[in-house]
Design a binder for this molecule. Structure first.
Ligand SMILES: [Zn+2]
Length: 285
């Protein structure tokens, strides 16, 4: 439903590639995507609702960079459709994840087969960068048992709404201290020697939620993960129904707005159905 998009870019004059692949599709309650209220009221509002959104992508971004291949998030896997998949996570998580979300994921859409399609050998992946620890961002980890996995230390220490029972047993990420700055952002870590890929804390969805900024020679690509559902929602300053903190989310919107106003930026939220087109056609925020 959401085709893979690939673009060629340059970094410091060297060729690089960016791929956007959707690891299946997801649909959520409409008021989960966009809240009328905040906090518990917002949660009750979407839980009581019956209406689901249209199908949305579950994007994974892959950067073939001169310093190696970086995979940003790992997407969902086909097991999510098994009715017992969430059982080990307890009664509430099982109820929540089987009634508030709908997934459609084929095994061929998982990140492993998709990397193969792109002729990328998993052995050549330098690092997996996780934006946060939610299911549809970590469920492809099973393909990376020997790859370094990078996670914001704060996200690891204070996760929100994660399902640790579904982590692979071997999962021991490298915890990243975000002790650098970049433009308006004050919790940042550059992940390449050339300082063109940065992990940036953009909290609100979770306390340690991160976005990933890729600065190419001509423009920036901002993988916003679950900062918002769509670029439209971000521009209209509307918020999702399940933030850990609306106040933090507002602060993140302000910083990202300031950044994207000052830099030519392609903006890619994880579940934005139009993000592939914007990447391909180089449409800036
Ligand atoms: Zn999330």
């Amino acid at each position: 439903m959401f085709n893979t998009q690939t673009i060629n870019v340059t970094v410091k004059g060297n060729a690089a590639k960016v791929h956007l692949v959707s690891t299946g599709i997801v649909s959520v309650k409409t008021k989960f995507r966009e809240a009328r209220f905040k906090g518990l009221l917002a949660m009750a509002d979407f839980m009581l609702e019956k209406k689901f959104t249209e199908w949305m992508p579950i994007w994974v971004m892959i950067i073939e960079h001169p310093e190696g291949v970086f995979v940003i998030d790992t997407g969902e896997n086909a097991n999510v459709n098994d009715k017992d998949y969430f059982k080990s996570s307890g009664f509430f998580a099982n109820w929540f994840d089987t009634t508030q979300f709908r997934f459609m994921v084929e095994s061929s859409e998982e990140i492993g087969p998709q990397l193969q399609q792109l002729n990328i050998d998993i052995k050549n992946v330098k690092a997996v960068i996780l934006t946060h620890l939610h299911l549809d961002h970590i469920d492809g980890l099973k393909y990376f048992p020997s790859t370094e996995i990078l996670v914001n230390k704060y996200e690891w220490e204070k996760p929100y709404g994660d399902l640790p029972k579904l982590y692979p047993s071997w999962f021991k990420p490298t915890l990243i201290e975000l002790n650098e700055t970049c433009d308006v952002f004050d919790r940042v870590k550059f992940l390449t020697a050339s300082k063109d890929i940065a992990l940036i804390q953009t909290p609100g969805h979770t306390y340690g939620h991160c976005s990933v900024l890729f600065k190419t020679d001509d423009y920036d690509i901002f993988f916003a993960a679950d900062l918002c559902y769509t670029q439209q929602q971000f521009l209209e300053k509307k918020y999702a129904g399940a933030n850990c903190s609306k106040k933090l989310a507002q602060g993140s919107y302000e910083k990202v707005t300031a950044y994207t106003k000052a830099h030519k930026t392609i903006f890619i939220p994880s579940h934005d159905g139009d993000a592939g087109r914007r990447l391909k056609e180089k449409i800036f925020v």
